[in-house]
Write a protein that binds this ligand. Structure first.
Ligand SMILES: *[C@@H]1O[C@H](CO)[C@@H](O)[C@H](O)[C@H]1NC(C)=O
Ligand SMILES: *[C@@H]1O[C@H](CO)[C@@H](O)[C@H](O)[C@H]1NC(C)=O
Ligand SMILES: *[C@@H]1O[C@H](CO)[C@@H](O)[C@H](O)[C@H]1NC(C)=O
Length: 368
């Protein structure tokens, strides 16, 4: 109580000095590392911020001898992801295939940290009616129809078949979600552009969407809206009624569903699901200026000589080492392979097909 005033004053001064010293040392020690952190981050490269972005889900179902094909698809999505979206791959697959995926994807995640993540799930069916779901068709073909109730925490996703390759950033196709009006729940591309070679208009024994049907190899799904409309109940009742008349499994079911609900489907242009049918007789997909966005080697075209354009693109992507220079290690070998490929009808328009890919990859280096 009776402490002399001057002593009290000294005490305060000391305390202030200590605080000042502490603040000073904080800056001396903290600042340099903060500055160098900035320097080390590649100016256009990815950084940890990526993993806080909302992931864009890419979902694939892999059965049979399609692990390698699926991995090449995933590689293409990562390679073309120049808009630096954070990708999340969800792979539904049979027993015994998970390890091969995990090994490769873990390697790639080390090469391209913070750009993507993945989840490997067993073939799964909604538990409330498992037996009925499982027996719909082959388990793998039915899997995608049940994504709304399997991925309950996911709002929307891009489903692709295993024989799809990205030739554009995922953000190009993802922008279509924003174009949906209030009733649309999904986006697909037409099955055909031309009545003379269309399949559904000539052969189908069930109703189908639009004039020529839709192809289901590339499908944007707003799962929130699909759950709201009780998508899976529709699937079940369609299957009950049409099971003896469907040929192409899940794609036919989807076509029948959107025949009854055309207001719920958004149609994307053909370059988002470019198939041999678009060029094997004549060029029937109007790509305008942007070239092909996603290419679909359906019916085995990535692995056959029938239209070498498809096999060449697949092989160039398969041989490309993630992280290496995309221009010299992917585009140049591909151009080389295609330079001799002018005899086939699809090969003739390879420049047009690859216009967008060239533009994205040519003068840009994402390599860290
Ligand atoms: C999907 O639909 C829900 C409900 O209408 C909406 O809130 C959400 O933003 C949509 N997702 C996308 C990616 O557009
Ligand atoms: C959304 O677009 C589709 C296709 O053009 C149309 O059939 C449907 O009526 C539209 N829905 C609304 C709510 O405008
Ligand atoms: C291709 O699309 C462009 C732009 O939409 C259009 O101007 C052109 O007429 C179309 N060409 C054909 C052959 O349909």
């Amino acid at each position: 109580m009776l402490l002399p005033k001057p002593k009290m004053h000294h005490l305060h001064m000391c305390l202030l000095c200590l605080i000042a010293l502490a603040i000073l040392s904080y800056f001396v020690h903290q600042r340099p590392s903060w500055v160098s952190e900035f320097k080390e981050a590649p100016p256009e490269g990815f950084n940890q911020v990526q993993s806080w972005k909302t992931p864009l889900y890419i979902v694939v179902v892999c059965c049979g001898q399609r692990v390698q094909e699926t991995l090449v698809m995933i590689k293409s999505a990562i390679l073309f992801n120049y808009d630096q979206e954070y990708l999340k791959f969800v792979i539904f697959t049979e027993d015994g295939k998970g390890e091969e995926f995990r090994e490769k994807l873990t390697d790639w995640r080390d090469i391209k940290p913070f750009t993507f993540d993945f989840e490997i799930l067993p073939l799964k069916f909604p538990t409330n009616n498992e037996v009925e779901w499982k027996n719909l068709f082959k388990p793998c073909a039915a899997q995608r129809l049940f994504l709304p109730s399997l991925l309950t925490k996911v709002d929307s996703l891009l489903y692709v078949d295993t024989d799809i390759l990205f030739l554009s950033p995922i953000s190009d196709i993802w922008q279509y979600f924003k174009k949906f009006n209030e009733s649309q729940i999904s986006a697909l591309t037409p099955e055909h552009e031309n009545e003379n070679i269309g399949w559904y208009n000539r052969f189908a024994r069930h109703p189908f969407y639009g004039r020529l049907g839709v192809n289901s190899g590339v499908m944007l799904m707003n799962l929130t809206r699909m759950r709201e409309m009780k998508w899976e109940q529709h699937i079940l009742s369609i299957h009950k009624e049409y099971k003896l008349r469907i040929i192409w499994g899940d794609q036919d079911i989807i076509n029948i569903l959107f025949y009854y609900h055309p207001d719920k489907l958004y149609i994307m242009p053909c370059e988002y699901n470019y198939r041999p049918d678009h060029c094997m007789y004549m060029s029937i997909c109007n790509m305008t200026h942007a070239g092909v966005k996603l290419i679909h080697g359906n019916r085995g075209y990535f692995h056959s000589d029938r239209q070498p354009l498809f096999r060449s693109i697949f092989e160039a992507m398969e041989n490309y080492q993630l992280g290496s220079n995309a221009n010299t290690q992917f585009l140049m070998p591909l151009r080389e392979a295609l330079s001799s490929e002018t005899a086939s009808t699809c090969g003739k328009i390879s420049n047009e097909v690859l216009k967008g890919a060239n533009k994205v990859l040519s003068n840009r280096y994402m390599d860290v």
